[in-house]
Write a new protein. Sequence first.
Length: 149
Amino acid sequence: MSKAEFASLKLRAFIHATESEEKVLKALLSLVPPELRDKVAISRQLVKGHHGNPIVLVQAVLQGGDAEHSIRHMASALAATDKSILKASLPLRYDHRERRMSLRLSKQELYCGKLVLSDAGDVVHVTISFSGRVSRESVRKLLEDVGLI
């Protein structure tokens, strides 16, 4: 087993017809430090909802150092209560075989400049991937070191 390192950070959100694309993109990009926002490529994909309604799926992927810088940025804005929740729920959020961790943040709160964990449907999905063959313990240690848990 090797020391855990961040491989990538994937951010994605669904934009419903009733939502402002500009506001959802602002919420999504709030998870990226200001100095990296101009270089983030955002992909868009048109999909259909359960009732045939149009939905735009937006996604951004950051790699390596940019991913780590963004994760540190997120950690600095996350409330202590949410960090405790992440720490307690890490076994449920971290998939050891896929070497990735998932969490969901409220779109509305992000638009207002706050990072708040959410289990509702109106969220920005965050997936953190780790490189190499890493143990659960080394992933936990890395997440503690960057202040996310």
